[in-house]
Each structure stands twice: as structure tokens, then as C-alpha cells.
Design a protein around this ligand. Structure first.
Ligand code: DC
Length: 227
């Protein structure tokens, strides 16, 4: 495995991993891997190609070949491309999250995405956000964070995030969907959501994003990931 330093951030849906990972990557000037986006892209690509949701071989083949690209626009908003289509808005919906969670239970899909994810480890470093970053994809990472928050707070954060982006969502439906997705992610046979043995557990309930970011940067500094 490469010697590029990797900081992994795993945890359940709505724990704030995505925002935290983006901020820490920006602070450190490191690359970012939003691994959930890869699973979301794969589910979307599968439906566009007319694959049946349970077609494991079809999704595994697509995982290796789908044409995807991540870029930022002038306002700092992330753009995600599937072929020639900019799909970041479509990917944020809970429907896309659920599709991702369903393809993510398939062992050969996960295997097909493993190498693609490891290729994100480029100099000067990588912040990797997901469910199995510390346990499976980057087991040698020098700092692994497992980020949690109460179920109520996670649903309410996701609700505000989606509302803020103009989506019409209900808090009750969202809470239910997140609970189902977490159950599936934590109970699948391959690479289930769980902290690595050497992960730092961080509960962000009641903390601001700034406080969580400070805690992670302090740990990164203590491990000499940066000076
Ligand atoms: O982080 P997210 O909400 O974008 O992830 C969407 C789904 O993708 C999540 O419910 C489970 C799956 N996933 C996974 O299985 N492994 C990862 N490393 C990242 C996401």
C-alpha cells in the first residue's frame, strides 16, 4: 500500500462525516474521497443502464468502468459527473442514498470499487469518508475517526441540509429512511459499518462542526500528520 498519509472518517448517515471530511481536507490541503458518492453514482449508473437492482455481476462490471469525475465550481460547490451529466443534485436525494446502500451489500461490487478508492491516496495526503475506510479500504491509516451522533440529531441535520438545498422532505420520513439505511449498512455480511479497533470514537451530538473539526485536527497534529 502507498505511503501517502490517510485520515479516515467513518460513521452512520447524517453524522456529519461529509462536511467534516471536506473541511479537514481543505485545512490540510489534502485530497478528498467521498466514497458514498461512488456507491450513489453506481446505483444511478445502474438504473440508467437499465440494470435490475439485484444484478450483482452487472453492477460489479459497471463499478470498474463507469465514467465519473469530481470537480469544484467557482463558488466552491462540488460537482459530480456521470459521463457528460452533472449529477450532484440528483445524488444528494435520499432515493440515491437508498440505492447506494442496496448496491453496497453486494460483495463483488465492493471488491470492484476497492482499487478505485485506493487510487485517491495521492500526495500530500487523503481524507477518506465512508463506512469501511478504516476497516477495509485503508487499514493502515495513521488516524481513523468514527463519528457518531444521536439518531434524532442526525435526522434533523440531514433534514436541514436537504431543506437548505431546496428539497421537499419530511422529517418523519427522513428519520425512518435513515434508520433503515443504517440498519442495512451495519448488518450486511461484507464490510459492515463498524469502528476499526484502532479508531477514535467521536460523538458529535450537541457539538458544532467547528468543535468537531478542532478535535480532529488536534488528533491529526498529535499523530504528526502535519506540522
Ligand atoms: O455516505 P453516503 O450517505 O453518501 O453513503 C450512501 C450509501 O453508500 C450508504 O448508505 C452505504 C454505502 N456506502 C458504503 O457501503 N460504504 C462506503 N464506504 C460508503 C458508502
Amino acid at each position: 500500500m502507498s505511503s501517502v498519509p490517510v485520515l479516515t472518517i467513518d460513521g452512520p448517515s447524517g453524522s456529519g462525516k461529509g462536511t467534516l471530511a471536506r473541511r479537514v481536507a481543505e485545512k490540510l490541503g489534502w485530497n478528498l474521497l467521498d466514497s458514498g458518492a461512488l456507491y450513489r453514482l453506481l446505483a444511478l449508473a445502474g438504473s440508467r443502464y437499465g440494470l435490475e437492482p439485484h444484478d450483482e455481476a452487472g453492477h460489479a462490471a459497471l463499478a470498474g468502468t463507469m465514467n465519473i469525475r469530481f470537480s469544484g465550481d467557482a463558488s466552491g460547490e462540488e460537482q459530480i459527473w456521470l459521463g457528460n451529466d452533472e449529477v450532484s443534485r440528483e445524488l444528494r436525494t435520499e432515493t440515491a442514498g437508498e440505492g447506494a446502500s442496496r448496491v453496497a451489500v453486494m460483495p463483488s461490487v465492493r471488491a470492484a470499487l476497492t482499487e478505485r478508492q485506493r487510487q485517491f491516496a495521492q500526495e500530500p495526503g487523503l481524507v477518506a469518508d465512508g463506512r469501511d475506510m478504516g476497516t477495509v479500504i485503508f487499514p493502515d491509516a495513521p488516524l481513523k475517526i468514527f463519528l457518531t451522533a444521536s439518531a434524532e440529531e442526525r435526522a434533523s441535520r440531514r433534514y436541514k441540509q436537504l431543506k437548505g438545498k431546496g428539497f421537499d422532505v419530511s422529517l418523519a420520513a427522513l428519520s425512518q429512511e435513515l434508520a433503515e439505511r443504517d440498519h442495512r449498512d451495519a448488518n450486511r455480511a461484507v464490510s459492515p459499518l463498524k469502528p476499526a479497533d484502532d479508531a477514535e470514537l467521536l460523538d458529535s451530538t450537541g457539538l458544532s462542526i467547528e468543535q468537531v473539526e478542532q478535535a480532529v485536527l488536534a488528533l491529526a497534529k498529535a499523530r504528526q500528520l502535519f506540522r
